[in-house]
Design a protein around this ligand. Structure first.
Ligand SMILES: Cc1cc2nc3c(=O)[nH]c(=O)nc-3n(C[C@H](O)[C@H](O)[C@H](O)COP(=O)(O)OP(=O)(O)OC[C@H]3O[C@@H](n4cnc5c(N)ncnc54)[C@H](O)[C@@H]3O)c2cc1C
Ligand code: SF4
Ligand code: SF4
Length: 1020
């Protein structure tokens, strides 16, 4: 018997983990940045935007180039493959691998040099395309021209890795055409700079010997041996992206080693630094949209439009517009398109608006003379043009999940032909889709001949996969027959690589292998991608073994996902918009941590993995999942802004409701989640509640027990609730049309003044205000802690109480945007089969929505400047258009801040563990903007949280829209005199109140329940 007999052999996974443990330990000893080999991180990084899934050994997040060098040295000693990665938005599987992922996107974001005179910038690989171009455009009128649809979050390392392109590649080419020099690191540790190489330099480098000399000698020999074949087989089209860029080594291209490495998809070297070309960006643009009878005819006219020198030329078809209509996208913008069923968007640039306009007009005049002129519309205002671009840019969001159709996937989404052949290629491609009974809309970068489409491939059954493979086989034959490229911008990855021989022939495939070996003789750089890959139907995200846990007793309805939580968690298409840190709301936690697990995508992926169950094994009790969701503010930013409406706030509530089943929640769940109960009790002795929550020492003990930060003051309870005030008031407008005012917990007990102002405004608009006296709450704070049983009970009570009103068609107005959002979003999602709930959803409005759309109210004028911060729930669910309309009617000179989430987000910012993140989010935009505002400027924020955050961190206080309207009623056109106008309009009036010992006992009960929670355990 040998020593190992009797023990089961290690399986592959255990072996990998064993190595991974040693590898991780050594990496931790060498890296300044982060080394993450935990299941949660591996789950999150097992995906990119493609159809593939491979679980990495772990992830290294290097601080700088030296960290990358050290990481690769350690990997080399362990024989571990390496996958460099940026934002991970690749669509062909090149950013998933069983490897150590080196993610440069967190720390290596340095713009090292900008030289506008010579037109270049030097950057680290994690620099985001727009981070560079926005800065250089503003300062020097120059940009890095290729602009992928993902330009707000794609990194230059990734763009170089994939040889990315975009709308303005028509003007300045692919990424490879815009690279001057690269600093690279080989798997064997060789570090060097590469770029164009004159004959003299080439001989000198070879003469100097060493590893660099060897590489250059091998490259030269390879080039010399195959130059004619390369010239013969490489398609002469603008978007040849498939295969390695061997053509860049040709003498006529200057033996450009940097450009030869572009598009190598991490399979050859790791990029440490890049010198990229900056080009002049025409400051003025005119957008001409052309409508044709079909997308094919639009394609036929591409060469004709190109003659007029557009800087961008895109195409969209009527299928895309149909999909958008089905999803309710761009309802006001689509009618602005010219007549037709296929459209071209031609952008013209100029140094002046006149010049851009003149170029567009010249094109129009010439086209009018043609035999079959298209219907034409010139969009000169930036706002209108942006609406048209919005239609084009939302292509993916519109086509991924089309109602009543199977899900659509990438696979054949960026093939390219010569621009002269677009029309015919589109016809043949459509015929092919029809033959396979596949549905796909056709759109893309027509000016460069690159066609996009997402297709309803069946990626889950053996038959579906076979069919997909057959289709890909035929589709590659088709594009090759057009002299085109399998990929026109996204790269080959694993998906297209097996078809490369059709495009280049076996001889060139062997040359590709030699090229790979020159750089990576150990085949450790992103193995199995681009060259000698696993079959395209392996390593799939779905595949025939995909069998997620499908919880059948989910709490929410998930109407967009046919009730499937598993489908909801796989909604994310990986586009990466939740990694945009410059604009919008999504995703506030990522904006300040830059951690993949703290963005919507990371959270969606870990939930998806949780249901797969092989990597995250403890399902809804998983600590990794809990941690990834912990910093989610439930702001609903993703629901509003994600192209496929990933709704993480709902998924989080669903998860937490199960995670805490049988466990005690953290104390903040009881102190803040049950605020509606505490507040009801506190109303009887507000003086005592305020005393204990504001008295030195006691307040800190209370906060400590409740899991809350001592950095924030608790909002005081009003000495008289709003409902109490309303009860004491004589009825007004008796006989007038009724409107119900919903007395939410926050405003009823803590901020009654905005509600009182709302009553006055509604009465001024001619309505009789009804305030239900029952104890009502939409349960808003409960969702954030997954207390869904209680939330549902509150909702049922709410529906029962308000049903008599809404059955009569009476509108319900909410003052707190997050409560209105709960009526519109959580309510139908939790009680989908309750007709009264549906009525309530339809009939509940914000004050502005009611005044503008129902009452057609013409408010008195208020001639003031104002800064407006929209509540994140409002932005996501209701939108702010009615508020905008109302402020215009008021005559305000207002600006909507692009401030995203305020950071307080209900109770999030009150929680001890979240205070720092909350403040960082607030300090990103909102708080500095408030501090910079002129003291005369009105600050408007309807959200209780937003107002509280402003009040805690600045010397200003924001007012509710109702208080602004009241200001106009009270003071006339110029409003109150002097600075800090809000000081005349407090939110809460505090006083002694009545001292009632009997009710003091009730407050004691409030404290006792917090203490009880504490006594049962600090955390679950
Ligand atoms: C919705 C959507 C729209 C898209 N639109 C476009 C488009 O209009 N045009 C377009 O061209 N592409 C588009 N793409 C594809 C993708 O966004 C681009 O290829 C993008 O440039 C990739 O950047 P990234 O930072 O996400 O790179 P990643 O996906 O992280 O990496 C891309 C490749 O580069 C390699 N890489 C990354 N960093 C390094 C490094 N430091 N050293 C060596 N190799 C490295 C990786 O290994 C990988 O092979 C789109 C994708 C999606 C999901
Ligand atoms: S969550 Fe939405 S925005 Fe983020 S990557 Fe996924 S699809 Fe894109
Ligand atoms: S709800 Fe807000 S914080 Fe949570 S994932 Fe969505 S955008 Fe991010």
């Amino acid at each position: 018997m040998t020593a190992t007999e009797g023990k089961p052999p290690l399986n592959g996974r255990q072996r990998a983990n064993l190595n991974a443990l040693a590898l991780a330990t050594e990496l931790r000893g060498r890296i300044k940045g982060e080394v993450r080999f935990d299941a949660g991180t591996r789950a999150i990084y097992a995906h990119d935007s493609s159809n593939y899934r491979q679980v990495p050994f772990g992830v290294v997040v290097p601080k700088d180039s030296e960290d990358v060098v050290a990481a690769i040295e350690v990997c080399r000693r362990h024989g571990a493959p390496v996958l460099p990665r940026g934002c991970g938005t690749s669509l062909s599987g090149e950013t998933t691998n069983v490897a150590v992922i080196v993610d440069t996107s967190k720390y290596m974001r340095g713009i090292l040099e900008v030289n506008p005179d010579e037109g270049y910038a030097r950057v680290q690989p994690g620099v985001v395309r727009d981070q560079l171009s926005d800065m250089t455009e503003e300062r020097y009128g120059q940009v890095f021209a290729p602009d992928t649809s993902t330009h707000e979050y794609a990194t230059l390392g990734g763009m170089i890795g994939n040889n990315s392109c975009g709308v303005h590649s028509v003007m300045a080419g692919r990424t490879s055409d815009n690279i001057e020099e690269l600093e690279i690191l080989l798997y064997d540790g060789t570090r060097m700079k590469v770029g164009p190489t004159s004959q003299e330099e080439l001989e000198q480098i070879i003469g100097e010997g060493g590893r660099k000399g060897d590489i250059y000698r091998s490259l030269k020999e390879l080039r010399n041996r195959h130059a004619d074949l390369i010239r013969e087989r490489y398609p002469q089209i603008p978007r040849r992206v498939s295969g390695y860029n061997l053509d860049e080594l040709l003498p006529e291209k200057g033996f450009n080693v940097a450009r030869a490495l572009v598009g190598s998809e991490g399979t050859l070297v790791t990029l440490l630094e890049a010198k990229v070309r900056l080009v002049h960006s025409p400051p003025h643009r005119s957008l001409l949209v052309l409508g044709y009878p079909s997308i094919y005819e639009a394609g036929d006219h591409v060469p004709e439009i190109l003659e007029h020198g557009p800087i961008g030329l895109e195409g969209i078809d009527d299928e895309l517009i149909r999909d958008m209509k089905l999803r309710g996208m761009h309802p006001k913008d689509i009618p602005m398109l010219p007549q037709g069923k296929g459209w071209l968007l031609a952008e013209f640039g100029g140094e002046t608006a006149d010049e851009a306009h003149r170029k567009a007009e010249e094109a129009i005049d010439a086209l009018k003379e043609s035999d079959d002129p298209p219907d034409m519309k010139l969009f000169e205002s930036a706002d209108e043009a942006q609406k048209m671009w919005g239609i084009r840019e939302d292509g993916l969001g519109a086509t991924a999940y089309v109602p009543m159709e199977d899900d659509h996937w990438p696979g054949w989404e960026d093939s390219a032909v010569h621009p002269e052949k677009v029309g015919d290629y589109l016809r043949d491609l459509r015929e092919l889709y029809d033959r396979y009974d596949y549905k796909a809309s056709l759109y893309g970068h027509f000016g460069d001949g690159c066609i996009h489409c997402r297709v309803d491939f069946d990626l889950k059954t053996a038959e579906g996969l076979k069919r997909w493979q057959e289709f890909m086989d035929e589709a590659s034959d088709l594009v090759v027959s057009y002299g085109g490229s399998l990929s026109g911008e996204h790269g080959d990855g694993q998906q297209r690589a097996s078809f490369l021989p059709k495009m280049y022939g076996e001889e060139l495939m062997q040359v590709f292998r030699e090229f790979k070996e020159i750089w990576d003789p150990d085949w450790k750089m992103n193995p199995g991608k681009v060259i000698d890959t696993n079959p395209m139907t392996e390593d799939l995200r779905f595949g025939t073994s995909y069998n997620p846990i499908e919880p059948d007793d989910v709490r929410f309805a998930y109407p967009e996902d046919n009730g499937s939580f598993a489908h909801a968690t796989m909604r994310c298409v990986g586009a990466g918009k939740c990694r945009d840190i410059e604009s919008g709301t999504m995703c506030p936690s990522y904006m300040v941590t830059l951690e993949e697990e703290h963005n919507t995508r990371g959270r969606a992926r870990i939930l998806h993995e949780m249901l797969r169950g092989d990597l995250i094994e403890d399902g809804f009790k998983s600590r990794e999942v809990y941690d990834a969701l912990d910093l989610c503010l439930s702001c609903k930013g993703c629901k509003g802004e994600c192209p496929v409406n990933v709704d993480m706030a709902t998924y989080k509530a669903e998860f937490l409701s199960r995670f805490f089943k049988g466990r005690l929640r953290p104390p903040e769940a009881y102190s803040m989640g049950l605020i509606m109960i505490h507040a009801r009790l506190a109303q009887y002795v507000p003086w005592l509640a305020n005393l204990v929550t504001h008295a030195p020492l006691i307040k800190d003990v209370i906060k400590h027990l409740g899991g809350l930060t001592t950095e924030r003051e608790m909002p005081p309870f009003a000495t008289q609730t709003f409902k109490g005030w309303f009860r004491d008031r004589a009825p007004r407008n008796v006989g007038a049309p009724p409107v119900v005012l919903f007395p939410d917990t926050f405003n009823n007990f803590l901020h009654p003044e905005p509600m009182k102002a709302t009553v006055e405004v509604l009465e001024d608009a001619g309505y009789r205000v009804i305030v239900p006296q029952e104890s009502l709450c939409c349960g808003r704070p409960l969702y954030d802690y997954g207390m869904l049983d209680t939330a549902e009970a509150f909702l049922k009570r709410l529906v029962k109480t308000l049903a008599p009103y809404v059955r009569e068609g009476t509108k319900v107005v909410g003052v707190e945007p997050s409560c209105v959002a709960a009526f519109r979003d959580e309510l139908p999602n939790l009680l989908p089969h309750d007709e009264d709930a549906r009525r309530l959803t339809r009939n509940t409005l914000t004050l502005a929505e009611f005044l503008v759309n129902e009452a057609n109210y013409e408010p008195p004028r208020l001639d003031r400047e104002a800064l407006v911060h929209g509540h994140c729930h409002q932005e996501a669910i209701m939108g702010m258009s009615s508020e905008q309309d109302l402020y215009e009617r008021l005559g305000l000179d207002f600006e909507f801040l692009d401030s995203g989430c305020c950071g307080l987000a209900g109770s999030f910012g009150f929680e001890r563990e979240h205070y720092d993140v909350s403040m960082k989010i607030g300090e990103r935009r909102l708080l500095p903007a408030v501090r910079d505002a002129d003291p005369d400027t009105l600050l408007i924020a309807d959200g209780f949280s937003c107002k509280t955050q402003v009040e805690h961190a600045t010397d200003r206080r924001a007012l509710h829209t109702s208080q602004i309207l009241k200001m106009a009623l009270d003071h006339g056109e110029s409003g109150p005199e002097g600075s800090y106008p809000e000081r005349r309009y407090p939110d809460v009036l505090t006083g002694d109140g009545r001292r009632d010992l009997k009710t003091a006992a009730i407050v004691g009960g409030v404290l006792a329940d917090v203490a009880l929670a504490w006594g049962h355990g600090r955390r679950f």
